[in-house]
Design a protein around this ligand. Structure first.
Ligand code: BEZ
Ligand code: FE
Length: 291
């Protein structure tokens, strides 16, 4: 029988996980995970109290998850891990629109909406009406008819519908399809900056690091078309005070859009907007799948 010591433990654990791993990739991931985890514990000389606090923190993170809330995604986002995964899987350099984090508030199955449809399912007094228009194109710049855009955002009070017990279902969510010219149009509210949830373990983590919890105002999009790689992204509001200190490190300059006072009154009327509103024009470029 072997004695496990600080000097041999890491190699022994690696060997135990790698020897019978069911794929080479899994063996690679196991080895790297164990080596980095052990190196971290050794480097900071983790005390037993700190180790137990970490266990309690992860336990609380799991307990905070349900079908309306995903505290583990929030943890990954606030530690910058989600953006690392995004950067590795969608390297900068192509001509397509850049991607960014999905975030924890995407809900599948939002209602299909017509061209120009309105995703405001209630009207808060502080909400500023907003028209969003643009085109979806392929890698050659050709318009894509029949592309779908899943859209979601917070309302003027800074909450997603799923965070509020009494918000109408699907408030500020919808799924749009581009027309023959590859164009989409929708009516929403101008987004506002908002804090990520701070009433759980991730909030305590941010506070312990002296970090604020705000994200710059944005609209989320998932754009899909047959034969193209799905694009998960946001459009941020130009001039937002949090563009340089996003709590989840997810901003990219190419994703900042200009929300201008709306001037195309004909189009606005066709979309049911009569009064003053802001207008975001934003085009999305998709890349071929598997490219
Ligand atoms: C969001 O934009 O919805 C979001 C992203 C990451 C963490 C929390 C919220
Ligand atoms: Fe968001």
């Amino acid at each position: 029988m072997k004695d496990f010591t600080v000097d041999n433990l890491t190699d022994e654990v690696v060997a135990a996980y790698v020897a019978g791993a069911t794929s080479p990739r899994l063996a690679q991931v196991f080895e790297s995970l164990v080596r980095h985890l052990h190196a971290f514990v050794l480097e900071v000389e983790l005390s037993e109290g700190e180790w137990f606090e970490a266990i309690q923190f992860l336990t609380a993170t799991g307990q905070q998850c349900d079908e309306r809330r995903q505290e583990f995604i929030l943890l990954s986002d606030t530690l910058g891990v989600s953006m690392l995964v995004d950067a590795i899987n969608h390297p900068k350099g192509g001509q397509g629109t850049e991607s960014t984090v999905l975030g924890p508030f995407y809900v599948e199955g939002a209602p299909d909406m017509p061209y120009g449809g309105d995703i405001r399912r209630r009207h808060l007094a502080t909400a500023e009406p907003c028209l969003v228009t643009g085109r979806v194109t392929d890698a050659d710049g050709q318009p894509i008819a029949g592309a779908t855009l899943d859209v979601w955002q917070t309302s003027a009070n800074g909450f997603y519908d799923v965070q509020e017990a009494d918000a109408p279902q699907w408030n500020l969510r919808g799924r749009f399809t581009t027309n023959e010219a590859g164009e989409y149009a929708l009516v929403t509210e101008k987004p506002v900056s908002y804090p990520v949830p701070t009433d759980g373990p991730v909030g305590r983590l941010l506070a312990a690091a002296g970090r604020h919890a705000f994200r710059p105002a944005h609209i989320h999009f998932i754009v899909r078309a047959p034969g193209c790689e799905a694009l998960v992204t946001h459009v941020f509001v130009d001039g937002d005070p949090y563009l340089d200190s996003d709590a989840v490190f997810a901003t990219k300059a190419s994703l900042v859009g200009e929300f201008k006072p709306g001037t195309d009154t004909d189009l606005a009327r066709r979309c049911g907007l009569d009064g003053p509103h802001s207008h975001l024009a934003f085009d999305f470029g998709l890349m071929p799948a598997g490219g």
